[in-house]
Design a protein around this ligand. Structure first.
Ligand code: ZN
Length: 268
């Protein structure tokens, strides 16, 4: 028994010494450590979970999971941009890292051509240590779990639907949402530009041209109405602030039109 313990202790001691020796000596382990220091992956989770609680059965029946995902992206574009870019970066960086590790291990395996027992043990020990030094695989894929739930006011009945969106589905939804957002912003800028063209001088020109009368009912300020400059094609629908698209309307006639906000900008 004592002999057995002694043998084990001796083997452990030799192994430890061997390990220490290899760590100090191996250029390949040092190289791998220095490669590791340069690797910085993005912090992405493999799974994200979102849940939306509907306030009515009607909302639950109408709201789809695809719409929910688009709303999530619209509300927190930055988060989804980080997830998508993080996964793409990790995938690319990890691929490069795997190649780097493979090259180092290959060089280590080919480095010592001697076949003495010591060299064989050293190589085995070195390769084992190299394997242990390899960094863990980062998140190179992600999924989005979306769930829409409705609980009846009494709390007795619960309905839900859910879907797991893949990375590619998320990317598609993200690109679609961004395009939509950009086109809305462009439209908003166009609206603001058209509004800014409505000067008091232009306003006066239109009033004079239209005889200070509502072009629908003929009322004037003397009839107790307020006159507005109306965009015939509303700015929100692409209408321009130019004479051919402007006319005088009284507040009563103007009130009947949609896009009221667009039309009231010409109030006098
Ligand atoms: Zn009128």
């Amino acid at each position: 028994m004592i002999v057995f313990v002694l043998v084990i202790s001796a083997v452990v001691a030799i192994y430890k010494k061997m390990k220490k020796n290899t760590l100090e000596k191996s250029e390949f382990i040092k190289e791998l450590v220095s490669v590791n220091e340069k690797v910085k992956y993005k912090n992405v989770k493999p799974l994200y979970t979102f849940e939306y609680l509907c306030s009515s059965r009607r909302e639950f029946n109408r709201y789809t999971l695809e719409e929910y995902l688009v709303d999530l992206i619209t509300d927190d574009t930055y988060l989804f941009e980080k997830i998508i870019n993080g996964v793409a970066y990790n995938k690319k960086r990890y691929g490069r890292y795997v190649d780097q590790v493979e090259r180092i291990r290959q060089s280590a395996a080919e480095a010592v051509e001697s076949s003495t027992l010591f060299d064989k043990v050293y190589k085995k020990c070195e390769d084992g240590l190299l394997k242990k030094t390899v960094l863990k695989k980062p998140t190179v894929d992600t999924m989005i779990d979306c769930r829409i739930t409705y609980i009846t006011p009494t709390g007795r009945s619960k309905s839900w639907c859910e879907n797991r969106f893949s990375y590619n589905e998320l990317k598609k939804a993200y690109e679609k949402t961004i395009k939509l957002k950009e086109s809305k912003e462009k439209q908003q800028r166009q609206i603001e530009y058209e509004r800014s063209k409505m000067t008091s001088s232009l306003r006066y020109d239109i009033l004079r041209r239209d005889g200070f009368r509502c072009q629908l009912c003929g009322s004037t300020a003397d009839d107790g109405v307020k006159l507005h400059i109306d965009h015939i094609v509303p700015v929100s629908k692409g209408g321009r602030t130019e004479k051919s698209n402007l006319r005088v309307l009284c507040d009563r006639c103007n009130f009947g039109k949609r896009d009221k906000i667009e039309e009231t900008n010409g109030e006098i």
